[in-house]
Each structure stands twice: as C-alpha cells, then as structure tokens.
Design a protein around this ligand. Structure first.
Ligand SMILES: *Cc1c(COP(=O)(O)O)cnc(C)c1O
Length: 391
C-alpha cells in the first residue's frame, strides 16, 4: 500500500489511464478544429466529438443530439438555470433546495437579485426534500423551473428524483438536476426520471477536468435554453466556443467505462464503504453517520466525531486526503451549509468528515484509514477537557 491515500473522490477523481489513452491522439496528431468543414483534420475531430456525444448520451438514456458540451458542471448548471429563465422572459419562479452545490445556489441567488422569485425548499434530517413541500411551492406560483440535486456531494444522499420528475411533468414544469455526483455511479435515466435538463462533470467520473455536458431534452417537451456564452454558435447555438476535443473524447471514454463497470463497481464501493463505516463505529463512541443510509451513493460516507475538531483531526492524519464538508467552501472555514440544513449544530458541523471512496481505493486502504482515524480521534479526545467532562 502506498501513502498518501486519496479518499476525496467527491472533490475530484484521478484520470483513469484508459481515458488518458483515448485522449492521447487528440492531444497530439489529431488536432483539427471540430468546426472546420473544409479538410480532414476537422472531419477527424468532428467524428471524435460525435462518438463522445453518443457515449455520454447512452449513459443517461438520452439521444446524442440532446448533449451540449460545456466546461463542467458549474457551467452546465449556469446554462440550464440561467438559460431557461432567460428563455422565459428573464424572470420567474424557480424552485430549488437547501443542500444544492454552490453552482446552483449562487446561480439561483443571482436570479433572485435580478427579479426572479426563488423558493428554497428545506430537507428532512436525512437530507431529502419532501414531495409535499414541492407541491406546496407549486401551488403558490407556477414555476418556470425546478432544480434539484440528484445526489449530494457532501453526504451522498440521493433525492427522490423519479417522484420529483413525475410531479414536474404532471404540472408542465421543466425539471433540471445537477447529476455531477450521480452519473456513472448509479443508474440515471432522463426518461424514467422525467428529467428535462441534467448537468454532468468529467472530473467526477475519472475523466479530465474542465469538461462537462448539459443534457437538454428535445422532445416532450422541446426545451428552450438561451445561450450564456455568445460567439460562433457552436453546440446548436447554446454554447459557443471551439470545442475542447481531447476533453470531450475523455468525457466520452469516461462515460463508456463508467457505464460498463457500474454494477460491479457500485457493489464493490458500497461494500468498501460499509466496511469503513462499521470499523469506525465499532472503534469509537459518540459518532454519527450524516445523511440517508438507505438513499446514498455507494462511495459516500460522512460522519460526525463529537468533541473533535475536523480540521485538527485531518491534520493528525496527513497521509490521508479527506475533506470536512465541501471542498468548494473549505478555503474559508465556515460550517457546511449541507450539514446545517440537516439540522446539525455549528459544533457538530465542525466535527464532521467526508470520506469519498472511488475506483482506485482498496480494502487495505479503507482498513488503514479506519485504524488511523480511530487512533487520532481517541488521542484528541484524551486531550479535550470538554470530552473529559462529557464522559
Ligand atoms: C463538482 C460538482 C460540481 C461542479 O463541477 P465542475 O465540473 O467542477 O464545475 C457541481 N455540482 C456538483 C454536485 C458537484 O459535485
């Protein structure tokens, strides 16, 4: 076993060597512009892009023409939410929920500042929205868009997507989901879920960084999205800019591999995660698992270690890459908005750790992490006056 151990796969994943291999020709000799129609360099690039478009589409049950390539899930979220609202006259009622990624929260906050009405649904203690709350928000004012995260990046909780989609479809409201953590890890089907727009990120599925996609439904209904990037009219006018051919090829390969290996890999990761969780729970008291254990991504584990500061804890195990809360907010140490939305107090939120297991983690690594963590938590608690008083 090699140190350090990487167990922060919700923040980003390692590029799969098979993905790099697929990309290599497009980083070297096949360098044409996919929009060049007048020569073979362009045709070769375009062909590679169309192959990748089909690979991405297949993973989510879409058709290739419904895939728009972007720079990542952040851009896809901005394009979906901003683009739909703009296509509906620039303002309207948007429904979202408390544990979204910042890419959705901040986009909705921007819309709110610019004249739209935004409903921020709460979540239950497991991190899932209640369908009654969504119905209630529908009744107040018909929304132009509902945007609800597929699976959360901090706790792994999976939302009741099929029920949300069914309700949106029944009421004739567009449904967008940020599926950056779900795609490639669990089955995602845009038709079963009545999903109209869906965001994907390359680097969360062992593909390259800086590439992503937005699924935009073309039939029943045909979704209108106003461009947020103006230029040459690439990607059916929805996203201008010369296509990132190597990145797109990498995203396609990553989707292909994730789809082929999903069933076995999900089972392996869930077993690994359950083993890690069980060992930690057996070794320590005053520990809690955050989020739903029933509706959870296979590689996700988020735990609160009472009377231990998570930053100090991570400092004590420097040979393991973990995260406290969301990587996007860890530059400024503020309690995770996701854990707070579950009802955790500020102190508990500051005592929580996210374990993100991925394709390259082994059983040996999980056992090492459990052992180190139990050791460090015990030592820190021995030094803690609050814990001494508490026990
Ligand atoms: C990582 C992530 C994003 C941002 O994706 P980028 O491709 O890095 O822009 C958005 N939403 C969720 C749920 C994520 O996990």
């Amino acid at each position: 076993m090699k140190l350090p151990i990487y167990m922060d796969n919700h923040a980003t994943t390692r590029l799969d060597p098979r993905v790099l291999q697929a990309m290599m020709p497009y980083l070297t000799e096949v360098y044409g512009n996919a929009a060049s129609r007048s020569h073979g360099f362009g045709w070769a690039a375009e062909q590679a892009v169309e192959t990748a478009r089909a690979q991405v589409a297949r993973l989510i049950g879409a058709s290739a023409r419904e895939i728009v390539f972007t720079s990542g899930a952040t851009e896809s979220d901005n394009l979906a939410i901003g683009g739909v609202v703009e296509a509906h006259g620039g303002r309207g009622h948007v429904i979202t929920q408390a544990t979204e990624h910042k890419a959705v929260l901040d986009t909705c906050a921007w819309l709110e500042k610019h004249g739209s009405r935004v409903t921020w649904l709460p979540v239950d203690p497991e991190g899932r929205i209640r369908i009654e709350d969504l119905q209630g928000a529908f009744d107040e004012e018909k929304p132009v868009l509902v945007t609800i995260l597929f699976a959360n990046n901090e706790i792994g909780t999976i939302q009741p997507i099929d029920e949300i989609g069914a309700l949106c479809h029944e009421r004739g409201v567009l449904f967008h989901t940020d599926a950056a953590q779900a795609v490639g890890k669990i089955p995602v089907d845009v038709n079963r879920g009545n999903i109209d727009l869906l965001s994907i990120s390359g680097h969360k599925i062992y593909g390259p960084k800086g590439i992503g996609a937005l699924y935009v439904r073309r039939r029943n209904p045909r979704v209108e999205v106003a461009e947020q990037m103006h230029g040459g009219g690439h990607e059916r006018g929805m996203r201008s800019g010369t296509l990132n051919v190597p990145g797109i090829v990498g995203l396609g390969a990553a989707c292909e591999i994730a789809g082929a290996e999903m069933e076995s890999e999900a089972a392996r990761l869930a077993a690994l995660r359950d083993r890690l969780q069980a060992r930690i729970l057996a070794g320590l008291d005053h520990v809690r698992v955050n989020g739903s254990q029933e509706h959870r991504l296979p590689g996700s584990l988020n735990m609160t270690f009472e009377h231990v500061d998570s930053e100090t804890l991570m400092m004590g195990m420097k040979d393991v890459a973990l995260s406290s809360g969301s990587a996007c907010t860890s530059a400024k140490i503020e309690p995770s908005h996701v854990l707070r939305a579950l009802g955790l107090g500020e102190e508990a939120a500051h005592s929580s750790i996210r374990f993100g297991l991925g394709r390259f983690n082994t059983e040996e690594e999980a056992d090492y992490v459990a052992e180190r963590l139990i050791d460090v938590v015990r030592k820190l608690r021995e030094l803690s006056p609050a814990y001494a008083e508490f026990t």
